[in-house]
Design a protein around this ligand. Structure first.
Ligand code: ATP
Length: 633
């Protein structure tokens, strides 16, 4: 059971300044339940998570010691020590990293300091099947200890401070914090192992788990007199000496992730600025990818010393799905993080890395179409932000972009589209919306399909934004099929053409157009005969000088635009309804024909519905529908 009370105030205090008891943040309790249930068969990962935290704590202190060397002078060798006590049934993991004080404990153990956690957990609780995947995107960290322990004690002392603290919990809703004694700085996590987790007291088992998951950790991990890992920075080792397993586990450690890397990019670059990079593209989408802060998560090291994970200048925001490490000896260790961001050497590294990643992505896109589709569905929308942000690399990014299309053979590149263009076709046609499946049935596509002209589906909101900056690809302009006139007459039909649409000899329906314009008034900007329809009677389009339909929809949804502009209603002169209406429109007194008026409104509503919108006035729509049906029956 999870109690809810303000966690800043202890719910119980035995005597002042002794033991305080707090309740977990609600989300922690929920996460604990889910983790214990779903990761059971994979419980050994708790060790990886705790070692990962210990290693991060050593990294943090080594960084702080750059400006305050006295923090480490009494104990300069960083290490992580495992101890198993078979009699007591406890496994202990100690590090001499940065440690935690009372405030740190309050902020970290007992809460989850990630935005959007609640919503994320809701998704987790939705279905058993999705769980493992979702946990992979999230990382469970410290709380995984409760999979194997019935109680966890954390004895810790922050570097440079005198007081030590004991944090303790059974993982059942509460935790306590009390003053304690610890020799020197760092953190000791003591796990009181559950009966069925005693295997983690056996040395061979521990060795195996550490070797499997934590071999790449750059600090020595000791058990008795042995050091279990290589303890050197993985990214500085030659790529040929590293196994895929080691890359995978390093990725999981550094990204706090559970999935496998989709792409690994490991280089040691010598030049005016030398650096090493070990970067990964995850195979799953991290849960906070669309966090408005758009932070990069690549860790910056200077000569093996961790500096920061949040260097704005290191990677562009549109590559924020990357995880991993960049290390350079040529950056100064002593500059502040703020100064680092404007360091021209960092800018050089950034530009080198960005180009390299784009090149690698292009290679993958060409070599493995199917595998690339996975990447694209995870991160394509983010990468496309680069089309707006990085003018210099626009062409390189466009080469990597993939789109689905009416062509229906998976995703296509723009170059692929150009190859399939019809004789006489001058534009790259697209239709924008949120859902490719719905778009596929849009009336706007009928004329294009009939002629076998391919139309791209632009389904990410970001598409509307790069389209404002990029008007063409290799000289062919991008043209929305819901925007402006569609003159398909000059384009030759291709092999895949369906029935040829009627040509210029479409009947003149001027009399009907006039009546409809009068009936609909300012609800439409104009009423015209269409060249893009072959099956549907009507569709709505944005007039040449107006904003395209989908862009306007996005801006309205995000509150950036208040009013919608009137659309042009296009009629299919060959459609039976339109022909009947035209017949009536030619009769005397047609201007007062109530049924014709109703039909005009109904057609407008029909066009709106086909676009996924509501009728202008749902009540009037229902009334007109009833009238017309009564008449017809
Ligand atoms: N050994 C340790 N030394 C110092 N601080 C620690 C230690 N273990 C945990 N912490 C602190 O507790 C925080 C929470 O740890 P936890 O493992 O839950 O999450 P995380 O490592 O930040 O991210 P993730 O959940 O993705 O693994 C850490 O960010 C760190 O500040």
């Amino acid at each position: 059971m999870i109690l809810t009370c303000h966690r800043e105030e202890p719910i119980m205090s035995e005597t002042a300044a002794t033991k305080e008891t707090y309740v977990f943040q609600t989300e922690v309790g929920r996460l604990l339940e889910i983790v214990t249930d779903s990761l059971y068969s994979n419980r050994e990962v708790f060790l990886r998570e705790l070692i990962s935290n210990a290693s991060d704590a050593c990294d943090k202190l080594r960084h702080s010691a750059l400006t305050a060397p006295s923090l480490v002078t009494d104990d300069p060798e960083f290490r992580i020590v495992l101890e198993a006590d078979a009699e007591g049934g406890t496994l202990t993991l100690s590090d001499n990293g940065i440690g935690m004080n009372h405030d740190d404990l309050m902020e970290t153990l007992g809460t989850i300091a990630k935005s959007g956690v609640g919503a994320f957990l809701d998704k987790l609780e939705d279905g058993e099947k999705a769980r493992m995947n979702l946990i992979g995107q999230f990382g469970v960290g410290f709380y995984s200890a409760f999979m194997v322990a019935s109680r966890v004690d954390v004895l810790t002392r922050k570097a440079g401070e005198e007081e030590s603290w004991l944090w303790s919990s059974e993982g059942k809703g509460e935790y306590s914090i009390e003053p304690a004694e610890r020799d020197g700085r760092g953190t000791t996590v003591k796990l009181h192992l559950k009966e069925d987790a005693r295997e983690f007291l056996e040395s061979p088992r521990l060795r195996h788990v550490v070797k499997t998951y934590s071999d790449h950790i750059a600090f020595p991990i000791r058990l008795g007199d042995d050091t279990l890992n290589d303890a050197s920075a993985l990214w500085l080792r030659p790529a040929k000496d590293i196994t895929p397993e080691q890359y995978k586990e390093f990725y999981r450690h550094t990204a706090h992730a559970f999935d496998d890397p989709w792409l690994t990019v490991h280089n040691q670059v010598e030049g005016i600025v030398s650096y090493a990079n070990l970067l990964f593209v995850p195979s799953m989408r991290p849960f906070d990818l669309f966090d408005p802060e758009r932070k990069s998560h690549v860790k910056l090291f200077v000569n093996r010393v961790f500096i920061t994970e949040e260097t704005d200048g290191l990677m562009p925001a549109y590559l924020r799905f990357l995880r991993g490490v960049v290390d350079s000896q040529d950056l100064s260790l002593n500059v502040s993080r703020e100064m680092l961001q404007t360091d021209p050497k960092l800018a050089k590294i950034r530009s080198g890395l960005t180009k390299r990643i784009l090149t690698e992505l292009k290679k993958k896109a060409e070599a493995d179409t199917e595998g690339f589709a996975t990447f694209w569905s995870n991160f394509g929308a983010v990468l496309k932000e680069g089309l707006v942000e990085d003018t210099g690399l626009r062409d390189k990014i466009l080469e990597i972009c993939r789109f689905s299309s009416t062509n229906a053979h998976g995703l296509t590149s723009l170059a692929g589209y150009l190859e399939r263009m019809k004789d006489g076709q001058e534009a790259i046609y697209y239709i924008a919306g949120t859902d490719a499946e719905k778009l596929a049935h849009s009336p706007h596509l009928e004329g294009f399909k009939a002629k076998g002209i391919e139309v791209l589906y632009f389904t990410d909101p970001v598409d509307e934004f790069w389209l404002r900056h990029i008007t063409d690809f290799e000289g062919k302009t991008f043209k929305s099929v819901t925007h402006g006139a569609a003159d398909l007459d000059g384009i030759a039909s291709g092999g895949e053409a369906e029935t040829e649409p009627s040509k210029t000899d479409a009947p003149d329906i001027a009399a009907l157009l006039v009546i409809m314009k009068t009936a609909l008034g300012d609800k439409v900007k104009d009423v015209r005969a269409s060249k893009r329809l072959t099956e549907s009677p009507v569709c709505l389009i944005a007039d040449e000088g107006d904003m395209d339909v989908n862009l306007e929809r996005i801006l309205r949804q995000t509150g950036q635009l208040k009013t919608a502009s009137a659309r042009v209603l296009e009629l299919n002169p060959d459609h039976a309804i339109v022909r009947k209406m035209f017949e009536r429109a030619q009769k005397p007194e047609a201007g007062n024909d109530a049924l014709l008026q109703d039909a005009a409104h109904l057609l407008l509503d029909q066009a709106r519905i086909a676009d996924g919108e509501e009728p202008v006035d749902p009540a009037a729509f229902a009334r007109r529908m009833a009238t017309v049906m009564t008449y017809a029956l």
